[in-house]
Design a binder for this molecule. Structure first.
Ligand SMILES: O=C(CO)COP(=O)(O)O
Length: 260
């Protein structure tokens, strides 16, 4: 069975080092040494080093929220995979919808970043998902197909097995409008079907596919209990240690009882 990954995407929060350290300390203390689910936090770039110090000795992974595909050079404002590894990162989020839609990031760009992340030995969390208009226009599968085939182009099955995907319907992000477990499971099954077709059944069975979009303590058990949902990428609720810990606990419950 795939191990669940519960990751907190802090986005552009919090705004001070002190608050970032306090949040990381809260998660670390609350989690202890539990390892039955994988856990990671993704603070803004500037806090990564300090948060890494806090997380020392804990099983919590450290994720960046983006990276560039070149290692070094004249690329003002960018941060590379080897730099992220140097400050302690284990994961990197790529192609978040706030970057795809807010900053014009294409699947081609995500693909370059993904290959660089794998080269740097970071675990990439590649985000995909449709907007409200696309869902209403029955374009969900077409959008997922474009984002999957574009973002994962040229990967070997072995490389693909090491990629984490995050299905995040844009209409559910930060809106309180969570996809129902049925809607989420249907999208996840579609994603796993695509993986099986392109990379083979054995690889598809290994890929961790998270759900993201208004995951909260009160809906986490239902979502995480779905057969093809292998974790959560949590935004707002990851900014409060007690809420994030409650979502992790939901993952632990689902793991302990086993999936259907
Ligand atoms: O975008 C998200 C995680 O990457 C989800 O954000 P919310 O949990 O705030 O909806």
């Amino acid at each position: 069975m795939r191990t669940l990954l519960i990751a907190g995407n802090w986005k552009l929060n919090p705004t001070t080092t002190e608050a970032a350290v306090a949040l990381a300390e809260g998660v670390k203390t609350g989690l202890g040494t539990a390892t039955d689910v994988h856990v990671a936090v993704a603070p803004p770039f500037v806090f990564l080093g300090q948060v890494d110090g806090v997380l020392e000795g804990s099983p919590i992974g450290l994720s960046a929220q983006d990276m560039y595909w070149e290692n070094s050079g004249a690329f003002t404002g960018e941060v590379s995979g080897c730099m992220l590894v140097d400050v302690g990162c284990t994961h990197v989020i790529l192609g978040h919808s706030e970057r795809r839609h807010g900053m014009g990031e294409t699947s081609e760009v995500v693909n370059k970043k993904l290959k660089a992340a794998l080269e740097a030995k970071l675990i990439p969390i590649v985000c995909i998902g449709e907007t409200k208009e696309e869902r209403l226009g029955e374009q969900t599968e077409a959008v997922l197909l474009e984002q999957l085939s574009g973002s994962l182009a040229g990967l070997s099955p072995e490389q693909a097995a090491g990629v984490v995907l995050a299905y995040e319907p844009v209409w559910a992000i930060g809106t309180g409008l969570t996809a129902t477990p049925e809607q989420a499971q249907a999208a996840h099954a579609f994603i796993r079907g695509w993986l099986a077709k392109v990379f083979g059944e054995a690889t598809a069975a290994r890929v961790v596919v998270q759900y993201g979009g208004s995951v909260k303590p009160d809906n986490a058990v239902q979502l995480l209990g779905c057969p093809d949902i292998d974790g959560a990428l949590v935004g707002g609720a990851s900014l409060k240690a007690s809420d994030f810990l409650a979502i992790i606990k939901a993952g632990q419950e689902v793991t302990a009882r086993g999936k259907a």
